[in-house]
Design a protein around this ligand. Structure first.
Ligand SMILES: Cc1cc2nc3c(=O)[nH]c(=O)nc-3n(C[C@H](O)[C@H](O)[C@H](O)COP(=O)(O)OP(=O)(O)OC[C@H]3O[C@@H](n4cnc5c(N)ncnc54)[C@H](O)[C@@H]3O)c2cc1C
Length: 386
């Protein structure tokens, strides 16, 4: 028996190994991670892997998959044979494409090493420009303001976190960031980064405004890592294409987490999600599939983001909503926005109202009865202040 080979030792890869053992998989489990200092070790500790008989290979950068021979090769010449292959290769931060993007001080935030580098650099910096008003950009902006740094956020769209939350929540967060001293520039982009002696000294926005700064953080999204799968002839479309059992176009090969594009169980077409919940829930489906039990991914997506004293929690996908109800009190910074489509609840954004979020997760769970706008208070009122 060759066993299960998992490429990528991030959230999705580690969880797949864990779920395989939890499901009673008796064969070898090989977890291959490109980094020398693996997040996997920080997630579970070194003893966990030996206790669970999971062979964790650090510095194992997989460069090729041979589907006919059912094996993978690493950059340092190792070869691993598999019965089942799992692609958990994640995503990489999209780099800026403007002039000056290669200057020292232009940073991204994806890996633990990126976090350490940004922390160190921020200590000595006075002014930060964040490009992108999504979760990553705004969380960094909030942390940098707490450290007393001068912060500008440049966002191309006319509202913040547009992919994730509804317009009212975007507007609320824009106000909070401005109240906290962030220079927020919506509907603007970055035209060029200026440098002095090879290091960042400022940016020019698309609208022609020049801003001095010491760091530029690009928080403009990620690209799924699909190169290996593509070279192996697997289907790719905004990620590695899988069915609702997480199988790729080769039934012996699974993909999950940030790298995988899957059929949206709650709407039309294919989606790719970037969240811990998605990686963890899909790992259960992969493990079930390898064990020969057919399971389908139907989980309701949920996310969170902490900015200043605000805990933003989201459940469901609000795109395409046609009706909105709000409960709670914005002035107290505790409220929830409920999104409806064709008369049924599809998503909730909660700010400092964790009970609404938790209840929403249970109520929106696959198969739960639909909730109409009239039923909101019945389901959520009793928990309004918790
Ligand atoms: C700063 C930051 C904050 C976040 N905050 C939240 C949050 O608050 N809530 C939330 O739900 N989500 C959050 N996320 C998103 C969440 O971390 C990701 O969705 C999750 O980590 C995805 O897991 P993954 O295993 O699919 O991908 P990754 O975590 O990207 O892991 C993929 C791993 O595969 C390795 N790999 C790739 N190619 C190869 C190869 N050829 N050979 C060997 N190894 C390879 C990579 O090096 C990497 O270690 C955050 C992400 C970032 C960057």
């Amino acid at each position: 028996m060759s066993g299960a080979v998992i490429i990528g030792a991030g959230q999705a890869g580690v969880q797949t190994a864990v779920e395989l053992r939890a499901a009673g998989y008796g064969g070898p489990v090989m977890l291959l991670g490109a980094e020398l200092a693996l997040d996997a070790l920080l997630m579970r500790g070194p003893h966990f892997y030996s206790e669970q008989a999971i062979a964790l290979h650090q510095g194992a950068d997989v460069t090729a998959i041979d589907r006919a021979a059912k094996s993978v090769k690493t950059a340092d010449g190792q070869c691993f044979a598999y019965d089942h292959l799992v692609l958990a290769t994640g995503a990489s931060a999209r780099p800026l494409g403007c002039p000056g993007a290669d200057l020292d001080g232009v940073m991204v935030l994806r890996s633990r090493a990126d976090t350490e580098a940004l922390k160190l650099r921020l200590e000595a910096a006075a002014r930060l420009v964040v490009v992108g008003g999504g979760f990553i950009g705004l969380e960094v902006a909030a942390s940098a303001r707490k450290l007393g740094k001068q912060v500008t956020v440049i966002e191309m769209q006319d509202r913040l976190m547009a992919r994730a939350v509804g317009p009212d929540v975007s507007a609320f967060f824009a106000e909070v960031h401005r109240q906290n001293g962030v220079d927020l520039r919506l509907g603007d982009g970055i035209a060029a980064i200026a440098g002095r002696n090879g290091a960042v000294s400022g940016v020019r926005t698309s609208s022609g405004v020049d801003l001095d700064c010491d760091i530029v953080l690009a928080g403009i999204g990620v690209s799924p890592r699909t190169q290996l799968a593509e070279a192996a002839g697997l289907g790719i479309a905004n990620g590695i294409v899988v069915d609702s059992t997480q199988r790729t176009s080769d039934p012996q090969v699974f993909a999950l987490g940030d790298c995988a594009s899957f059929p949206n169980p709650h709407g039309d077409g294919m989606i790719r999600l970037e969240s811990v919940q998605n990686a963890v829930d899909q790992a259960k489906i992969v493990a079930a599939g390898i064990m020969g039990h057919e399971a389908r991914y139907q989980a309701v997506p949920w996310f969170w983001s902490d900015q200043y004293d605000l805990k933003l929690q989201m459940v469901g996908l609000s795109q395409g909503h046609d009706h909105v109800e709000e409960r709670g009190n914005r002035a107290d910074r505790r409220f929830s926005v409920f999104y409806f489509k064709a008369g049924r609840l599809i998503a909730i954004d909660s700010i400092n109202r964790p009970a609404d979020h938790m209840r929403g997760r249970r109520l929106l769970a696959a198969g739960a009865a639909p909730i109409t706008p009239d039923e909101i208070d019945t389901h959520f009122a009793a928990r309004r202040d918790t």
